[in-house]
Design a protein around this ligand. Sequence first.
Ligand SMILES: O=C(O)[C@@H](CO)OP(=O)(O)O
Length: 407
Amino acid sequence: MKYAIIIPDGAADEPQESLGGKTPLEAAHTPAMDALVAAGVIARACHTPKVLPAGSEVGNMSLLGYDPLKNFTGRAPIEAAAQGIELGAEDWAVRCNLVTVEDQTMRDFTADHIGTDEATKLLATMQEYVTADTELSQVLHFVPGVSYRNLMIWRGVSKPAPFSMETRATPPHDLTDKSITEDFPRGPGSDVLVSLMEKSVELFKDHPVNVVRQGYGKLPATNVWLWGLGRAPSLQRFDLAHGVHGAMITAVDLLRGLATLVGWKRIEVEGATGYTDTDYAAKGRAAIEALNDVDLICVHIEAPDEASHEGDVQGKIKAIEEIDRHVVAPLVEALKARGDWRMMISPDHPTFVRTKTHTHGNVPVAMAGTGIKPDEFTSYGDTNAAKSSLAFDEGWRTMEWFIKKNV
Ligand SMILES: O=C(O)[C@@H](CO)OP(=O)(O)O
């Protein structure tokens, strides 16, 4: 049996007045996704338990079949795994966004999609500052990632990290257009995080990177925003849990990290950007090719989530349609040509274009293929999922149903 999982990140949403009461998934023209539901089932799953952040870090862990209530330790340690950074028992990883804050309001949690080269220079400035501070020089390390998504690592052997599970920090994408004044990190060790965030304002103010950016009309990176901290998680290998070898196609470190932690192969695709300008067709082609090597291919596409964070409903619809045409449609054909197959389509969490951020709640899950008997539904969407009698309140249990159903 060959399996494929498509994750249109953040694609679930609420009905929109501007779409005549449809959700973006329902307004989008998605013949391949609809055909999959017609041939199989639609279900709903909750991948974000109320007590955890309604984020991709929790949602995707659950989607891959791991109970986040037992396994989730924070977002940054997962992203550290993507970079091959090993965290010891005393170490903490912290997500270090580059952001644009204006008049104490979060103008852009991506610092206008800052380039990786520019981000690397700004992080080097933070590192220079920390290195000059004898107390923190041995423990804090700024690690560039891709664009605004970077890390800070606290090596805790010589000086224990002051953080705990009680340390709270708000994701900057939850603050778009909002005041940041009440949302600085809180709890154990937050003074260290806040002082670095404040110091970055001073260090970045006239930084050459920002001078150049403003010269060509781009927003400056005014601050680092520290959040998503945690210690290393330990996840059971996916093949030991399900007897299936998997591979991941994604453009973001969060999913690369999850793949690493569960023992999946990672496939890098040229032109995959983690944004709405990604090369959807290249991802589709890479997924088909991967079926030669692995039993399960997972394709994660960040674009619907990014369009939602920008409040761009038409951009979200376009991203969903591109996924349907360039990933789902060719992949279904390729799977069918190989014999027994199954496909699942599931977002990790809803991202509302209205609020420009993630929310807890159900996502629609389409599952079809060998051994899955069709239900009465014939199109993919949030409303049909809400009506379905197949529901996974503990979303992480969906994976077992998908892999093992009737086998
Ligand atoms: O990586 C991030 O910082 C966020 C926003 O881009 O991603 P997601 O919304 O998928 O959690």
